[in-house]
Design a binder for this molecule. Structure first.
Ligand code: BES
Ligand code: MN
Ligand code: ZN
Length: 503
C-alpha cells in the first residue's frame, strides 16, 4: 500500500473518495461541513446529517456530484484522544473498503490544540489505523466473489489548511514509520491466521528465515537434534506427541554498538494447541492455530525495528512446538527437566506454553540482557479477568513494566498489570518436583502462569505479557479483524523506539 502526503489542493489529488473527520460540537461540525462543501464544490444533502452528527461511532457515506464523501465522527473536541482519531480513521477507511475506488484521500486531523511537533504522531496514527483497517486474510478463497477485495491501492493524506505544508517533513516521517509498523503488524496477523497444516515449527522457521534475507536481521534455527543436545526439556516434551518436530528460533538485530547488551524478546510459538492428553473441548479449538501469536509478534517487532533502523541490539527467541495427544505424548503426572536443570511436574498438558517459555527464559540469560520481555497466549483466565481490551502484564521490575504500560498507552496496544506477590508462589509447589505447571485450583490462573515463569528467569529485568485475550478475536473491532490481531507488535516496537531515544 502506497501512502503519501499530498500538499496540493484536493481537486488536484484525483482521489476516488475523500474521508473527513468531524467533531460533534455543533459549531465545529458546521464549520467542517462548510469546508467540505467548499473544497469539493458540492452541497451535502440535509438528510445525510440526520444520520450523522459526528458522534464517535458514526460514519456516513455521501454521494454528491461526482464525489464520494465519507465523514467519520470524532466526538466532542474536549474528549479528543489519539485513539478517537485512529478509530474514526479506521471506520472511515472500512467504509471505503468495499467501494469501487483505487485512491482514497484522508484528511489529516489538525486540531488547534495540537502543536506542530505532534502532527507527526497524528500522521503516524492515521497511517497505522488505515493499514490495520484494510487488512484481510482471504488467500484461501478460490472464488473471487468470496474475497474481501479492496480496490484501494493508494492513500493520500491531505490537509484543508495550507499552513500544514510547513510540517510536511514531520508528516512524511510519521507516514513512513506508520507504514512500517502497520505492515509489520499485518505480517504478524498473516502468520497467525495461517492454518496449522501450513504453519508448523519447521515451516514457520523456513518462512521467517526467508523473510529475513530481505531485511536487516538474521534467523538461526535450532532443530530437534540441537535442542536435545542443549537439553531443552520443556520444548522437547511438549513437542513429543506431534509428528511435527520442534524448532527454536533465534533472531538477531544489531543496530547498536557491539558492546551494547541486547534486549531479548521472547514469544510463545505453539503452532497448534489441542491441549495434548488434557485435550481441549472441540468448540473453538480451531482458533488455537493462533497460539503462536507471541512468536508472530516477535517476528513483527523484528520487521519493524529493522526497517526503523533503531540504534539498539535485540535478540528474539521463539520456542516452537505443536501440542498434540498421541501414544508418544507427555502426560499428566510426568516429571520433566527444563533447560536450566529444574524439574517440573506436569499436572496438565494444556499448560504447555509455560513449559516451552521456561526453556527460552532461562536460555535468555546467556545474552546478559538489558531487559527481557515475553509475549504469550498463555491463559484463558486473562480473558475472564479483563476481557479483550488489553493484555496483562506482570514481572519483576516496575520500571520496565511502567515503560511498557506507557508504550501501550501511546499505541493503544495496551497492558494492565497484575501482581506476582510471594503468597502465590507456594501454589505452584509440587510434591515430587521443583515446581508444578498449574495452581491448586482455578484461582488466579493468569498469575499462576506468571509465577511459574518467574521461577525460570535469570538475573535480568523481566516482563511477561499475556496476550491470550488480545492476540485472537472471535469478532472484529474497529481496526482489529476477527482471528489474529498482531497484538504486541505495536506495543513492544514502541517500547524499543522509546528506549532508542534515550540513548
Ligand atoms: N493457549 C492456551 C490459552 C488460551 C486460551 C489462549 C484461550 C487463547 C484463548 C493455553 O495453552 C492454555 O491452554 N492454558 C490453560 C492453562 C490451564 C490448563 C492451567 C487455560 O487457560 O485453560
Ligand atoms: Mn494449552
Ligand atoms: Zn497454549
Amino acid at each position: 500500500m502506497k501512502i503519501t502526503f499530498e500538499k496540493s489542493k484536493i481537486e488536484k489529488i484525483g482521489a476516488d473518495a475523500c474521508l473527513f473527520l468531524c467533531y460533534q460540537d455543533k459549531k465545529l461540525f458546521s464549520e467542517e461541513l462548510n469546508v467540505i462543501e467548499n473544497l469539493m464544490k458540492c452541497k451535502i444533502a440535509k438528510v445525510s446529517l440526520e444520520d450523522f452528527e459526528g458522534k464517535p461511532n458514526q460514519t456516513v457515506l455521501v454521494y454528491s456530484g461526482d464525489h464520494r464523501i465519507i465523514m467519520s465522527g470524532l466526538g466532542y473536541q474536549n474528549d479528543l484522544t489519539f485513539e478517537r482519531v485512529r478509530k474514526a480513521t479506521a471506520r472511515g477507511v472500512k467504509k471505503a473498503k468495499n467501494l469501487k475506488i483505487r485512491k482514497l484521500a484522508i484528511e489529516i486531523l489538525q486540531d488547534q490544540t495540537l502543536e506542530g511537533v505532534e502532527i507527526e504522531d497524528v500522521a503516524r496514527a492515521q497511517t497505522i489505523s488505515s493499514l490495520l483497517a484494510l487488512y484481510s486474510f482471504d488467500k484461501y478463497f478460490t472464488k473471487k466473489e468470496n474475497k474481501e477485495l479492496s480496490g484501494i491501492k493508494e492513500i493520500v493524506l491531505f490537509s484543508q489548511y495550507n499552513s500544514l505544508t510547513k510540517y510536511s517533513k514531520e508528516i512524511e516521517s510519521g507516514i513512513k514509520s506508520g507504514t512500517i509498523v502497520g505492515e509489520a503488524t499485518n505480517y504478524a496477523r498473516d502468520l497467525g491466521n495461517e492454518p496449522s497444516n501450513i504453519i508448523y515449527p519447521e515451516s514457520f522457521a523456513d518462512l521467517v528465515s526467508k523473510r529475513s534475507k530481505s531485511r536487516k536481521y538474521t534467523v538461526e534455527t535450532l532443530d530437534k537434534k540441537a535442542l536435545t543436545k542443549l537439553k531443552m526439556g520443556g520444548v522437547l516434551e511438549v513437542a513429543r506427541g506431534s509428528d511435527r518436530d520442534p524448532r527454536f528460533l533465534i533472531l538477531k538485530y544489531s543496530g547498536g554498538k557491539r558492546s551494547d547488551s541486547p534486549y531479548v524478546i521472547v514469544g510463545k510459538g505453539v503452532t497448534f494447541d489441542s491441549g495434548g492428553i488434557s485435550i481441549k473441548p472441540a468448540a473453538g479449538m480451531g482458533l488455537m492455530k493462533v497460539d503462536m501469536g507471541g512468536g508472530a509478534a516477535v517476528v513483527g517487532v523484528f520487521e519493524a525495528i529493522s526497517q526503523l533502523a533503531l540504534p539498539i541490539n535485540v535478540i528474539g527467541l521463539i520456542p516452537m512446538v505443536e501440542n498434540m495427544p498421541s501414544g508418544n505424548s507427555f502426560k499428566p503426572g510426568d516429571v520433566i527437566t527444563a533447560f536450566n536443570g529444574m524439574t517440573i511436574e506436569v499436572d496438565n498438558t494444556d499448560a504447555e506454553g509455560r513449559l516451552i517459555l521456561a526453556d527460552a527464559l532461562s536460555y535468555a540469560s546467556k545474552y546478559k540482557p538489558k531487559a527481557v520481555v515475553d509475549m504469550a497466549t498463555l491463559t484463558g483466565a486473562s480473558i475472564i479477568a479483563i476481557g479483550s481490551v488489553a493484555s496483562i502484564i506482570m514481572g519483576n521490575d516496575d520500571e520496565l513494566i511502567d515503560k511498557l504500560i506507557e508504550a501501550g498507552e501511546q499505541t493503544y496496544d495496551r497492558v494492565w498489570q497484575l501482581p506476582l506477590w510471594e503468597e502465590y508462589d507456594r501454589m505452584i509447589d509440587s510434591e515430587i518436583a521443583d515446581v508444578k505447571n498449574t495452581g491448586q485450583s482455578r484461582q488466579a490462573g493468569t498469575i499462576m502462569g506468571g509465577m511459574f515463569l518467574k521461577r525460570f528467569i535469570g538475573d535480568y529485568p523481566w516482563a511477561h505479557i499475556d496476550i491470550a485475550a488480545t492476540a485472537m478475536r472471535d469478532r472484529e473491532a474497529d481496526y482489529d479483524p476477527k482471528n489474529a490481531t498482531g497484538a504486541g507488535v505495536r506495543l513492544v516496537t514502541q517500547y524499543l523506539v522509546n528506549e532508542s531515544h534515550k540513548n
